[in-house]
Design a protein around this ligand. Structure first.
Ligand code: ADP
Ligand code: MG
Length: 242
């Protein structure tokens, strides 16, 4: 397990005249086991920040620390993280079991260990009866759970979610939200969850980072952010009472 520390993190895309700074000195300490939501309008830099934590985007300035280790120069595979995207793709020709096991096979995890990890993840996600099915034989919600199962079996120190619910219909979105909460209660893996949806942020977050135009406006519990917004932007974005 591991906390995440962001120290004066900046990001500039492009060089010279084309340079565009999209993250401006973000500082935040996410505790071990904590579920933190990064929320803000489209284009404010949420994905960029998350992708820098994942190692999918280079850090321009500052430091990112995961579990007491500065990860700035580490490849994604060396960072002990698992990322859940909006557009998850399952392998259509593989069973649910094989889909969840695939990443571990590549890493040459022993067969017995793979089976144990997949069975445990399947039990948590209520996929135990579906392990032999192919993705086309699953509902949308079940497929979403297989995608999460693939992340769980890797036993990462940190989960990173980039708007995993935004392509789902309202019913499935609510279901998956509950699923993610249950997962967090059972595994307690430090999580960073990105969304542009205030309601989703308020329901999922233990604490939330509110972003605006590449800056962190506030970092606090949903109650603090709602009742004591740090700026007029936060108040209007969250819909705090005047
Ligand atoms: P969000 O996830 O909050 O919608 P992003 O992190 O995707 O925001 O984008 C933040 C800003 O950075 C936007 O202005 C976007 O156009 C810009 N941006 C994102 N990715 C790139 C890129 N690869 N090259 C140049 N600009 C980018
Ligand atoms: Mg985004």
């Amino acid at each position: 397990m591991a906390g995440i520390t962001l120290r004066n993190v900046t990001k500039t895309y492009g060089k010279g005249k084309q340079a565009l700074q999209v993250i401006h000195g973000v500082n935040a300490e996410i505790a071990d086991h904590e579920f933190v939501v990064i929320v803000g309008p489209s284009g404010c830099g949420k994905s960029t920040l998350l992708r820098m934590v994942a190692g999918l985007e280079e850090i321009t300035g500052g430091e990112i620390d995961i579990g007491g280790r500065v990860v700035n120069d580490l490849e994604p595979a060396e960072r002990d993280i698992a990322m859940v995207f909006q557009n998850y793709a399952l392998y259509p020709h593989m069973s649910v079991f094989q889909n969840m096991a695939y990443g571990l096979k590549i890493k040459k995890v022993p067969e017995a260990e793979i089976k144990a990890r997949v069975d445990k993840a399947a039990a948590i996600l209520e996929l135990g009866q579906l392990l032999e099915r192919k993705p086309r034989q699953l509902s949308g919600g079940q497929r979403q759970r297989v995608a999460m199962g693939r992340a769980i079996v890797r036993q990462p120190q940190v989960f990173l979610f980039d708007e995993p619910l935004s392509n789902l219909d309202a019913k499935l979105r609510a279901q998956t939200r509950i699923e993610i909460q249950k997962l967090h209660r059972e595994l307690g893996i430090t999580s960073l969850f990105v969304t542009h949806d205030q309601v989703e942020a308020m329901t999922l977050a233990e604490r939330m980072i509110v972003m605006n135009a590449g800056r962190m406006e506030q970092f606090g519990t949903p109650e603090e952010v709602y009742h004591r917004p740090a700026s007029t932007f936060v108040a209007s974005f969250i819909g705090s009472p005047p």
